[in-house]
Ligand binder design. Structure first.
Ligand SMILES: *Cc1c(COP(=O)(O)O)cnc(C)c1O
Length: 429
């Protein structure tokens, strides 16, 4: 396989872009080599600038849940484009998308659209502080909530991949109100809430994707909901990754809880920049123009992005691919485990709906510390072998593989072969 054009673009890109990427997760820091440059994509496949074609399990880190360039979405976006790109005034499309979102999440009466997951979370945290009058936030190590200052502590995949404990440039005052707990460990939350009576919220990924896929135990997630309610602390579910992906009503629906504030992103924009946060009327009435919490955006609710969101969610609800996702993920898990066994490779597979994660580790993975025991060198070998076998994966051990509804038996057969060949490479190390 040749990567000549990608190499040329990488060198060129390094001149005026930082590391030739606009998000560090796209760099190949932990797998070595140069990042691939993409030309185009359609359905389950993505093509690089050298004409190599891959089954795409990155899917823009989640948004492309219907596969690339779904016909209905493409039509809706084209139609919206012809009416104008941005107005600085409200449109009917915002009302339509808001209705779809609020109907899907029973805890949401009102929603505010923003332009990214990061914006959704930073606004949700401001809202929790405005509503309670308290400043402290409990977060879990290994959970990623975007790149706002206060959340850049113990923050999962992107940072884990680069082995950065936090980030330079974040003032210590910005994180002094952030308390860290351990995922799947209710006592570690209780300890903070016993010690401090000025906690505004606990924020978590209700199923994680950013330390790899980790599910909450039933006791942990239900206990957390009960505990926060008892203590008058808001529970923020960051469903930027899992919203509309785990289930139409998000991971909350599957784990059986209801958040006080929910953050959305990724799938909700169908590949365009959309984020959202929402809650009950009582909580959302704090937000300007109804209340005194200020949050704004020139391009928020952009009509093209709204059109893509409406079309994506409408099609997703119609296709209802969630059972199929489970079956496909189960198959992929089987391929991974049987080939790992065949070639004597230690492997633990975690999955939840359309997110799946093989960890090159023999231990069970229940939190960030468990995930970090994985052999990232083996992952790097596996990653490149999968590329050579025509499968595009996120270039990090700690990042979930994403499934789209455009995968068919044909791609599953290819995946089985690619996994077997790649595992053999790892086994021969
Ligand atoms: C991706 C992600 C974010 C950040 O969203 P951006 O659109 O990249 O700013 C926040 N939280 C979670 C759980 C995510 O997966």
């Amino acid at each position: 396989m040749e990567f000549k054009n990608s190499e040329i673009l990488y060198k060129k890109g390094c001149e005026n872009l930082v590391g030739a990427v606009n998000s560090p997760v796209r760099a190949f820091a932990s797998v070595g080599g140069n990042p691939l440059f993409i030309d185009k994509a359609k359905g389950a496949y993505i093509k690089d600038v050298d004409g190599n074609k891959y089954i795409d399990l990155v899917l823009s880190y989640g948004p492309m849940i219907l596969g690339h360039r779904n016909k209905k979405v493409e039509k809706a976006v084209t139609r919206a484009l012809k009416k104008g790109y941005s107005f600085g005034a409200s449109t009917n499309a915002e009302i339509k998308l808001a209705k779809i979102v609020c109907d899907a999440f029973p805890g949401m009466d009102k929603v505010r659209f923003v332009n990214s997951g990061t914006e959704a979370v930073l606004s949700a945290i401001r809202l929790a502080r405005a509503h309670t009058g308290f400043d402290k936030i409990v977060k879990f190590s290994g959970c990623y909530h975007g790149h706002m200052d206060a959340m850049l502590v113990a923050a999962g995949s992107g940072l884990a991949t680069l082995s950065l404990p936090g980030s330079k440039g974040v003032p210590s005052q910005a994180v002094e109100n952030t308390l860290i707990s351990e995922y799947n460990n209710l006592e570690s939350v209780k300890a903070h809430l016993d010690k401090y009576n000025d906690v505004a919220a606990v924020i978590l990924e209700p199923v994680t994707g950013n330390m790899g896929v980790v599910q909450p135990s039933d006791d942990f997630i239900k206990g957390l909901r009960k505990l926060t309610k008892e203590r008058g602390v808001l529970l923020i579910c960051d469903e930027v990754m899992t919203g509309f992906r785990s289930q139409f009503g998000g991971a909350q629906e599957l784990v059986g809880i209801q958040a006080d504030i929910t953050c959305l992103g990724k799938v909700i924009g169908g590949g365009f920049p959309v984020g959202a946060y929402g809650a009950s009327n009582k909580i959302m009435e704090n937000v300007a123009p109804l209340g005194g919490m200020y949050q704004a955006g020139t391009l928020s609710g952009n009509p093209i992005a709204m059109a893509a969101g409406i079309a994506t969610l409408t099609e997703l609800e119609k296709q209802n691919p969630y059972k199929k996702f489970d079956l496909v993920a189960e198959k992929i898990e089987e391929f991974l485990l049987s080939s790992a066994k065949k070639y004597g490779v230690d492997l633990t597979v975690n999955r939840f709906g359309s997110m799946i994660n093989p960890f090159f580790a023999s231990n069970e993975i229940k939190n960030f510390a468990d995930a970090q025991k994985s052999d990232t060198k083996k992952f790097a070998k596996f990653f490149w072998a999968m590329i050579e076998n025509g499968v595009f994966l996120p270039p990090s051990q700690f990042e979930a593989w994403f499934l789209s509804s455009s995968l068919t038996i044909r791609e599953l057969k290819k995946l089985e072969k690619a996994i077997d060949a790649s595992m053999q490479v790892v086994g021969s190390l």
